[in-house]
Design a protein around this ligand. Structure first.
Ligand SMILES: [Zn+2]
Ligand SMILES: [Zn+2]
Length: 279
């Protein structure tokens, strides 16, 4: 049974979300959620407008705890941590300092081999993706995409986290222009990531944001990869990756149908007794 009453990947005005925390709690109550997890973008070591400020993480956690007093829903504290080799702080630094319930790990910024500059693969502007591909990778999509996956491998092998964010986000701004994700070289890279996910006991989220933002014509991950994840018995959750309260629940029924088609019959759920995910 796949119930749509949890969401563990949620932003707010503490990072690049558009509404404060209580707006998401109210929206989640209307959807009859039993659990809601907040996951601001963790700070990174350079100037940016998407991450929570390091000095505000304490206040963020305090506010979640205060809101917990006002709702029967279980509220959870998390950060969506970026992995940038040599630049990002160890995820456990945040976990330990702020007593986080879990961590979502993701790659939004890809470091080229020469380490000069960084490729931002997320955000609303396709021009930024195209510009980085041209400038940092000399238009070589295969080299650029391979770097994305290698950075993902390194994150899985070196960091401690529970959930992998939008597994194949690298396809978002590609929009079928430079590669197709059924190409063997691409599938081999994604396969390796799935093997590592299995070995490290991570949860894959079915992230619906690309669909409701109309930036992508598929979930992250795509059907082929989700079917492979099912074969490996990798646990899954459904995430709205909400930045506004109205994003909560968007395309979640469709994500459930997709999971059922891929052979899944349940989601991973946070267990309040053990403070860990059960699957
Ligand atoms: Zn993300
Ligand atoms: Zn996110």
């Amino acid at each position: 049974m796949i119930e749509l009453n949890t969401n563990y990947h949620t932003h707010s005005t503490y990072c690049d979300g558009k509404e404060p925390l209580p707006a998401f709690v109210t929206a989640a109550e209307k959807l009859h959620y039993t659990q809601l997890g907040f996951s601001s973008h963790a700070p990174v070591s350079f100037e940016n407008d998407f991450g929570i400020k390091e000095e505000e993480i304490g206040t963020y956690c305090d506010e979640i705890e205060a809101l917990q007093q006002q709702t029967p829903m279980l509220l959870l504290k998390s950060l969506e941590c970026d992995f940038i080799p040599g630049y990002s702080k160890s995820f456990d630094t945040f976990r330990n300092e702020y007593h986080l319930d879990y961590i979502i790990g993701g790659v939004h910024l890809v470091l080229p081999e020469h380490r000069d500059g960084i490729w931002f693969i997320d955000g609303s502007k396709r021009e930024i993706y195209d510009d980085g591909l041209a400038r940092l990778f000399d238009h070589d999509i295969r080299r650029a995409v391979t770097r994305f996956w290698e950075q993902t491998f390194e994150m899985i092998e070196t960091e401690h986290f529970e959930i992998i964010a939008h597994f194949d986000k690298i396809k978002m701004h590609n929009q079928h222009r430079f590669f197709e994700d059924d190409e063997p070289w691409y599938q081999m890279l994604a396969d390796k990531a799935l093997q590592l996910i299995k070995r490290h006991d991570l949860i894959v989220e079915v992230n619906t944001r690309g669909l409701y933002k109309k930036r992508c014509d598929a979930f992250y991950p795509s059907t082929t990869l989700l079917k492979k994840a099912r074969k490996l018995d990798i646990p899954v959750i459904i995430s709205s990756d909400a930045h506004k309260s109205e994003d909560l629940g968007q395309f979640c029924p469709e994500a459930r149908d997709e999971l059922l088609r891929c052979g899944y019959d349940h989601l991973a759920v946070f267990d309040p007794a053990t403070r860990q995910f059960q699957y």
